[in-house]
Write a protein that binds this ligand. Structure first.
Ligand SMILES: [Zn+2]
Length: 295
């Protein structure tokens, strides 16, 4: 009698293949299980495997712009995974043999690419050159961290086919006036990146500032903040109107302050390259979710 497959691991990752991007759900098993894939409604994919569950059954919060979350329901010699999606996309299924065997469901990220395709986004890393901005208690500078997050955001947006314009080169420190010169009437969104600083007060967390002259920008900032906080598990410092951004007029504008760099814990977060990537992806997902709300 053949033995029953045991499921030992579940994770999600992004797969890049040339121009194509996929959000993948990967289920690992001791031997290849029998798999059925159904779509009970648009935006929901249910995967049932004839197997035993040998891992933590908790939900997996993904929020990568295509996959929202994966919940696991163990049953009688079957395990069901419900994948909730941001778009009505269908998966391609591949089952590989090996140690471990893998069940891989790939969802195209084309809906996200279609949203961002050719949109013009102006990225504004704060400070630069001789202006280092705030300094962390160990040694990190706001100037360099803003640059890192902006680089990660440019990578995400360009991967989604957006056009990215920078307000400064790595060693430059243009004035606010000069930065605004990069904004044109067809700019979709202006995103400035800073860190907050507060001396030795124990204040920490993420804030998103917005352009009070552009209708709906407070909600836009709230959506981006919600996504960042959920993704990097950091306290929220809320959204705030920003007088400098009001100069953008009708053009949507955000100023991200991912951390309070003067806090020891927050400064430490900036040392992790994945922190910058997570903030970048959460920002891209939040902007899309705001503009596609109600759709
Ligand atoms: Zn700053």
């Amino acid at each position: 009698m053949p033995s029953t497959p045991r499921l030992t691991n579940l994770y999600c990752k992004l797969i890049f293949e040339g121009e194509e991007q996929f959000s993948a759900v990967i289920i690992e098993a001791t031997i290849p299980p029998v798999v059925t894939v159904e779509y009970p409604e648009p935006g929901t994919c249910r995967v049932t495997l004839r197997a035993l569950l040998n891992m933590h059954p908790g939900p997996l919060y993904v929020q990568d712009g295509i996959i929202r979350e994966v919940t696991v329901e163990p049953g009688e010699a079957v395990v069901s995974f419900t994948i909730s999606l941001d778009a009505a996309v269908r998966a391609t299924l591949v089952v590989t043999e090996g140690v471990p065997s893998r069940v891989v469901l790939r969802f195209s990220r084309r809906p996200l690419q279609e949203f961002y395709r050719d949109k013009l986004i102006v990225l504004d890393p704060g400070h630069g050159g001789s202006d280092g901005g705030w300094r962390g208690p160990v040694n990190l500078r706001e100037r360099d961290m803003a640059w890192k997050t902006a680089r990660a955001l440019a990578q995400v947006l360009e991967g989604l086919k957006a056009r990215v314009i920078w307000t400064r080169a790595e060693q430059e420190n243009p004035s606010w006036e000069e930065r605004l010169l990069k904004v044109t009437t067809d700019t979709f969104c202006f995103i400035s990146i800073h860190e907050h600083g507060a001396g030795d007060t124990g204040l920490r967390g993420t804030a998103v500032l917005y352009n009070p002259a552009c209708r709906g920008n407070e909600e836009l900032a709230a959506k981006v903040l919600e996504r960042i906080v959920a993704r990097v598990k950091i306290p929220s410092r809320g959204v705030m109107a920003d007088g400098e951004l009001a100069r953008l007029g009708e053009i949507p504008g955000l100023k991200l302050e991912p951390v309070v760099i003067t806090d020891w814990v927050d400064e430490g977060l900036l040392r992790n390259p994945y922190f910058h990537q997570k903030v970048a992806l959460a920002t891209a997902v939040g902007v899309k979710q705001y503009f596609q709300r109600g759709k």
